[in-house]
Design a protein. Sequence first.
Length: 318
Amino acid sequence: MVDSYHPLRIFSGSAHPALANEIASLLSVTLGQATTRRLPDSEIHVMLEEVVRDQDIFFIQPCGAPVNDNLMELLLYLDAFRRASAHSVSVVIPYFPYARQVRMAHGREAISARVVANMLESQGAKRVVFVDIHAQAIQGFFNIPVDPLSALPLLADYFRKPEFLNAAIVSPDVGRASMAGRYAQLLNLPLVVMHKRRSSFDSTETTHVVGDIVGRRPIIIDDVMAGGSVLKQIDALYANGATGKAYFAITHPVLLPTALDRLSADDRIEKLVVSNTIPVAPEKMHPKLEILSVAPLLADVIYRVYKGNSISEKLVLA
């Protein structure tokens, strides 16, 4: 690593230290020393264990479950870095919290993603990096630089195999059609779009399938899988002529118990291919799960930002 007046440093919260260690190793820097403690009354205490004055900090902290604890820990570290006179703090949040709450769908609702953006900015973040955010409009909630990355090229490369030559890329809804279109373009495969109707906050129903799925293996893409409602949507695909076992390409594997149960129960699902933007707990390590690392992407972007080089070729917007 080339020396600089403002040395590059990688720090991590407690949310995903394995990813931070992999990034630090790729950049040939030592992961910064910091300690997070959970106090008996459930408060969080953070401490930087080394000098960070005049250093350029990249802090790695995806905000998966427990979302509020990880977010609060991130905010406390931002305060600690600012008080310790760090030169700059860029926040790398591979999984951005509250990203599905970006507007008032009904009266008297909070726009929670905007609240998160305000907190990060007010606590001193100078830059924010995230991966495959649910709503691209969140970029506009910030007055600081935002780098919206995507795991799409990483996941698409997995499907560059002869067994997928007769597959079709499937978008689970109209909102993901743009992302699915880029998969289809990269892999030279046809695009199929499912239309769904949301009956409640966590319940949907597929009403139409648009595109030619007859005789093709479905590869269903999405940014996040939580309860696994998208797993139920393959009924409509097979009713419309899909053949072979289905694959899923998902960036963020939240994987609530219902999703794992559906994976186990449906023999038509061959594999769930995900990235490691959030850690997968041991109890969620399903036999059908395959995890690909986003560490090389994040390490490359961090180094480019630190050196003042362009990252436009790394930005893949929905």
